[in-house]
Design a protein. Sequence first.
Length: 255
Amino acid sequence: MSAMIDTEVVSAEERSAYAENAVARSGMYRLLAEALAYPAAAPCEAMRSGEFHRELATYAASLPPQPNEDAELRDRGIEGLAGLEAIHGSVTTDGLGEDHGAIFGHALSRDCPPYETEYAGAHIFLQSQELADIGGFYAAYGLAIDEASHERLDHISPQLEFMHVLCEREAYGLNNDRDEQAEACSQTQGQFIEDHLGRWGPYFAQLLAMRGAGTVYGHIAPILEWFLSWETEYLDATPDLVTEIQAAAEPEDDE
């Protein structure tokens, strides 16, 4: 079923299904956002205890196959979950921090940058436009980057967290007869996947799978790639997929 909701024509059963999907999708986005942020104690402990991969697997299993879903991507996502289960007892905050630094670098990684604008275009002005557009999405829902995090608007983790909030608010709207809220959140999800996260997230996941092989991040990568592919079809989005890193060039001086 398409995720673009017309609450005036859906049945009570369909409304319930949309709400259940929104809850599961919200959970997927929340956990992936936590996993790809700089390692913090609570998420690391959830990974070590096994709570993280069990919760992620529960949400993933509840998402129904899509008509044109890539079965190979789903299988790789399942393998990623199995990988997380296999190594969860050895996860430590320090170890994740070391892996994070090795993969993403303490400065900007050129092999696997976790920032959209490192993929989006070759000119510094385009980067500025992309950042402004992302900030506009966040602001429209009363959200902003926590200054204490020292993170950029276009980092993968805040983008995933934004989608988590949208799905959470959609579910609340559907379950509490707030149809306009549910419809607006659903429409914004499709727009954000098409304009931003769905464009660069899959290629980022592919790079992360290679760069992070053998680590928690390497197991997260195929889950992320499958989920973003699933979301793109579910939301009926058509992002212009990025397939290479396009670092921005400084504008040339006028002569």
